[in-house]
Design a protein around this ligand. Structure first.
Ligand code: GCV
Length: 645
């Protein structure tokens, strides 16, 4: 098996540091890491006049993990708040490349969010349906293999280094769907889990575990998991004590409760605050946190019942609990009210719980955005989400609103390129960078990633940038239209199935008939979801006339002849975007072909195979969607292009 791809840290990424002098002041494991990095980059230790100086200087920069970088053209001096700041300063110097020492300037660099987390949905056992990694598109797990923790953790070490370089500081190693085997990570497997924590530690990353709410029953033999039961409370306290004895810097628990079959407090007549606080109190003496997911909805809906709306569920369950969660509970909210669709409105939960620490949950793994067979750069989507001003155009952005940090579902596996499609590495990179600084421009982050990963060749750079820059918009263009969502193959969530979920229990409908399409979520005549937003968005989403085009069908059921703000009718928009989207994918395939001979042949070959599949899939989407709506509406394409009635 060839060595795994170096991600954004090939040897060339530190070439500008080779032969230069360095001074690294301070002690501790992270400082040792920086020293080892500098030595590996070919730097020479020196004294106070070193070209690069990295020192922990109390009071230099106040917030945790931050540093102040002063450059004078010849030297770069990083004064760091703590040893994590020193590690981040090192990787900033790497990222800056040959420009690391100039121009003369001083600036303080601090993370926007204290918790910047990746959630792995890795299983210990190979799950009969979901496999080794749930929604994993990059091979097996880097942590587990066939029912056991891996002995060889060298992939984990390389991963930890790459994550440190983009500022990630928390990793949950197992799936939030905790099956019986995975539940035992909390007890029987602690020694092995501690081995993984040891690998992450030198990179400033703390380990978290997903746990089952039923652990006291599954693992402790108790007859209940009721949060009010004293035996249950002591069981969790003792479990936490044992974890911290094995892993002193353990981060905490991630919990999916009362969701898609996972157990939770509802079974005992308790609510989610009762459930979350139970675990939080076990972790509190040790400084741990609970990430309690707000992804709670009825997945056994009756499609005939028009009063139930999955989009409402998180707000209905959680907003009444605002203020009841302990300080070390973080309620983790998916960015949209449904499920990581290519387009959804930002969840109203973020603006309904001012007294609760909320975390934003994103999905780096491309469950609904092409399974890492399609090259889809999600940076622009995340920037839109992070920038959403839920309380008004002059009010804070979502990024400024969340106090519990950012988490995202990871996209790596034991694949040679880590992420299946080599270009999907850009999403992992961008996630880390945007979690660190949510104001970075997605295009600039893409440029950074391309330069670090592929080097300075201008044609390669512009070729890859052009392929990825509009790739999210392209994917949106040829899949479910105008925010209506889903239309994917049930189960796998890959490829088109327009009615795949239309009569299913999962609550994901588009309600297309011969006259129109979309879900009426207005307060006046629909499910009332629009009314879960504060103003001005409650009013904006309430009316089709003020709902942004890209979300029209998420909020309203309209005739195919409804005219969008763009001037097009809904039906013509569907035809135009689907033809254009598939056409754009053909151009991307051609653009990738231009890179032959200019990039690593193995990367090129993998990309060529996947772009061919992306084009096949985009055409399939185009044809199924266009044909479906032509058949439903009977309205011809104004341009008379080939559809299949
Ligand atoms: C881990 C979606 C996915 C599931 C996932 C779930 C979740 O429903 O399809 O695979 O389960 O989200 O986020 O918990």
């Amino acid at each position: 098996m060839p060595d795994p791809h170096p991600l954004w840290l090939p040897a060339a990424a530190t070439a500008h540091l080779r032969g230069r002098t360095v001074r690294i002041a301070g002690d501790g494991p992270l400082i040792d890491t920086v020293r080892a990095e500098a030595a590996a980059a070919g730097m020479t230790p020196a004294g106070d006049d070193a070209e690069l100086s990295i020192a922990v200087t109390t009071g230099a920069a106040s917030s945790a993990e931050s540093f102040t970088l002063t450059r004078d053209g010849a030297r770069a001096i990083a004064e760091c708040a703590d040893d994590a700041g020193a590690l981040h300063a090192w990787f900033e110097i790497v990222r800056l490349g040959p420009g690391a020492f100039a121009p003369a300037s001083t600036r303080t660099v601090a993370p926007a969010h204290a918790l910047r987390m990746l959630d792995h949905w890795d299983n210990v056992d190979v799950h009969p349906v979901m496999g080794q990694v749930e929604r994993g598109y990059a091979g097996g797990s880097i942590f587990f293999h066939d029912g056991a923790l891996r002995q060889d953790l060298s992939r984990v070490a390389a991963y930890a280094r790459a994550l440190a370089a983009i500022g990630i500081n928390r990793v949950a190693i197992n799936n939030v769907n905790v099956h019986v085997r995975e539940a035992r990570l909390l007890t029987d497997d602690l020694a092995d889990v501690a081995r993984i924590a040891d690998v992450f530690r030198p990179w400033g990353i703390r380990l978290h575990l997903s746990v089952s709410f039923s652990s006291p029953m599954l693992l402790g033999g108790l007859g209940t998991a009721d949060p009010a039961d004293a035996g249950v409370q002591s069981w969790w306290a003792e479990a936490a004590d044992r974890v911290y004895a094995a892993i002193p810097d353990f981060g905490g628990f991630v919990v999916k409760a009362d969701s898609e079959g996972q157990p939770g407090p509802f079974a005992y007549g308790r609510d989610h605050a009762d459930g979350a606080n139970l675990l939080a109190r076990a972790l509190a003496p040790h400084g741990g946190v609970v990430h309690w997911r707000a992804f709670v909805y009825d997945h056994r809906q009756d499609w005939r019942d028009r009063s139930t709306d999955r989009a409402r569920a998180a707000h209905d369950h959680f907003s009444p609990l605002d203020g009841r969660f302990d300080d070390n509970v973080i309620v983790q909210v998916k960015y949209g009210p449904m499920d990581f669709q290519v387009r959804e409105p930002v969840s109203p939960v973020f603006f309904a719980m001012p007294h609760t620490r909320l975390a934003l949950e994103l999905q780096v793994t491309q469950e609904y955005t092409g399974h890492q067979r399609h090259a889809v750069y999600l940076g622009p989507q995340w920037r839109e989400i992070l920038d959403f001003r839920g309380r008004g155009d002059d009010q804070p952005t979502l990024a400024q609103t969340v106090r519990g940090g950012i988490a995202a579902v990871a996209n790596v596996g034991d694949d040679r390129f880590w992420t299946g499609h080599p270009l999907a590495q850009a999403n992992l990179y961008a996630y880390g960078r945007l979690a660190w600084d949510s104001t970075l421009d997605a295009g600039d982050v893409l440029d950074e990633w391309i330069r670090l990963t592929f080097g300075d060749d201008a044609a390669v750079h512009s070729g890859i940038h052009e392929i990825l820059d509009d790739s999210w918009a392209t994917y949106e263009a040829h899949t479910a239209p105008l925010g209506v969502g889903f239309m994917v193959t049930p189960g796998t969530h890959y490829g088109p199935a327009v009615d795949g979920y239309e009569y299913s229990p999962w609550g994901t409908y588009h309600f297309a008939d011969r006259d129109g399409i979309g879900v009426d979520r207005s307060a006046a005549t629909g499910t009332g979801f629009a009314g879960q937003y504060p103003e001005p968005w409650a009013s904006r989403y309430e009316s089709a006339g003020t709902t942004p085009d890209e979300l029209l069908l998420f909020f309203h059921h309209v005739p195919y002849t409804h005219r969008l703000h763009s001037g097009d009718t809904v039906i013509q928009h569907i035809y135009d975007t689907h033809f254009a989207g598939a056409e754009r994918v053909a151009e991307k395939l051609a653009a990738w072909g231009e890179l032959e001979g200019c990039i690593d042949p193995a990367v090129f070959a993998r990309g060529r195979e996947l772009f061919a599949e992306q084009l096949r899939s985009a055409r399939e989407w185009r044809d199924q969607i266009n044909t479906y709506f032509l058949r439903k509406s009977g309205i011809a394409d104004e341009a008379g292009r080939p559809i299949h009635p």
